[in-house]
Design a protein around this ligand. Structure first.
Ligand code: AMP
Ligand code: MN
Ligand code: MN
Ligand code: MN
Length: 292
C-alpha cells in the first residue's frame, strides 16, 4: 500500500534535516509520496526533488503559508505549486522579510526579560539565515539554555499568543494565501484545523471562509490528533465539500513522537486530495474512498 505524507518540514524553515536528508529518511520509512511544506518557503524543493528522483519517491512541491484570519494565526498548505511563479515568489519574499524583522523583535523582548543572546542563538539554529528564524528556533535556544524544561514550555512561558515575547505578525490574510497558491497552480489545504484555539462554531466559520476564498481541501489526518478529532474533521470536510489531506508535520528527530508517514487513516467518506495528481496506476488501492 503506498504511503503518502503531505506535510513535512526541512532546514529551509524550522525542520532539523536538510531537504535531501528528509527525503532519504522518508524513503527509509516507506513513504512513496512526500510533500515538502516548509513555512513560507519553497527554497528546499529543488534539492528534495533531486534527491527523490533516484529513490523512486514522488515529491510534491509544497509550502505552508502563515496567514491571519480574524486576528488568529492560521496555516495554509499549498500542494503542487509552481515554485517559480512570480506572485508566489513575491509573496514569500514579503513574508520572509516580516519574519526576519519579527525575530529581532522577539529577541529584544527576551533581552528585556534578562535572556541575552537570544538573536544570535536563534539565528545560529536557523542556519544563519535571518529570514528563516522562527519561534521554533527561539524555543530550542531557550530549552538548550535551561530556561525552560521543554519546547512546549517555551511557548507557554514566552512565545505563545499573549505571552511576554509574543510579537504579533503582519502575515498575509487567509484569502490572499489561498489565491497565491491557486495562482501558482497549487491546491490550497487548510492545515491542522484541530490545532487552532477556536470553538467548534468558529472552526466551522473558518472552514466556510477558507472555502469561500477558493480553498479546496483540509487536513483531516495528522499525527498529533486523537481518533475522535480525526473523525470530526472528516465529517467537517465532507460537509464542506473539501477534499481531505493527511501528513505527519514532521520537523525532525528532535520531536521523537512524530514519525514520517505515521498518522491515522482518513475516515470513511473522505475524498483524498491526492486524486488530483495521481491515478490508480500510480497509487494502487489509495484512490478509492476510504470505507472505514
Ligand atoms: P512561527 O512560524 O515562527 O510563528 O513558528 C511557528 C512554529 O512553532 C510552528 O510551525 C511549530 O513548529 C512551532 N510551534 C508553534 N506552537 C507551538 C507550541 N505550542 N509548542 C511547540 N511548538 C510550537
Ligand atoms: Mn514548524
Ligand atoms: Mn502549521
Ligand atoms: Mn507544519
Amino acid at each position: 500500500m503506498p504511503l503518502i505524507d503531505l506535510h513535512t518540514h526541512s532546514r529551509c524553515s524550522d525542520g532539523a534535516l536538510a531537504p535531501a536528508e528528509l527525503v532519504r529518511k522518508a524513503a527509509e520509512a516507506g513513504v512513496n509520496v512526500l510533500a515538502l511544506t516548509d513555512h513560507d518557503s519553497v527554497a528546499g524543493v529543488a534539492e528534495a526533488a533531486a534527491a527523490a528522483e533516484p529513490l523512486g519517491l514522488r515529491l510534491l512541491p509544497g509550502l505552508e503559508l502563515s496567514t491571519m484570519w480574524r486576528g488568529h494565526s492560521v496555516h495554509v498548505v499549498g500542494l503542487g505549486v509552481d515554485v517559480a511563479h512570480a506572485s508566489l515568489v513575491e509573496g514569500l519574499a514579503r513574508q520572509a522579510d516580516a519574519r526576519g524583522e519579527r525575530g529581532r523583535r522577539i529577541a529584544e523582548r527576551l533581552e528585556k526579560l534578562r535572556l541575552p543572546g537570544a538573536w544570535e542563538g536563534a539565528l545560529a539554529l536557523a542556519g544563519g539565515v535571518p529570514n528563516r528564524v522562527s519561534r521554533t528556533h527561539f524555543s530550542q535556544w531557550l530549552h538548550a539554555g535551561g530556561h525552560v524544561s521543554s519546547l512546549q514550555g517555551a511557548f507557554d512561558k514566552y512565545l505563545g499568543a499573549g505571552k511576554p515575547a509574543d510579537v504579533p505578525m503582519p502575515w498575509m490574510e487567509l484569502p490572499e494565501a489561498v489565491a497565491l497558491i491557486r495562482a501558482a497552480g497549487g491546491t490550497a489545504v487548510l492545515a491542522h484545523p484541530g490545532r487552532y484555539p477556536l470553538t467548534r462554531t468558529k472552526l466551522r466559520l473558518l472552514i466556510d471562509a477558507f472555502r469561500a476564498a477558493g480553498g479546496e481541501a483540509m487536513e483531516v489526518a495528522t499525527a498529533t490528533e486523537k481518533p475522535d478529532m480525526v473523525r470530526y474533521l472528516g465529517q467537517l470536510a465532507v460537509a464542506a465539500g473539501l477534499d481531505a489531506s493527511q501528513g505527519s508535520d514532521f520537523h525532525g528527530p528532535h520531536m521523537p513522537w512524530i514519525h514520517l508517514g505515521r498518522f491515522p487513516g482518513l475516515p470513511a467518506g473522505c475524498t483524498p486530495v491526492w486524486r488530483r495528481w495521481f491515478n490508480e496506476a500510480d497509487l494502487p488501492g489509495q484512490l478509492a474512498l476510504p470505507v472505514g
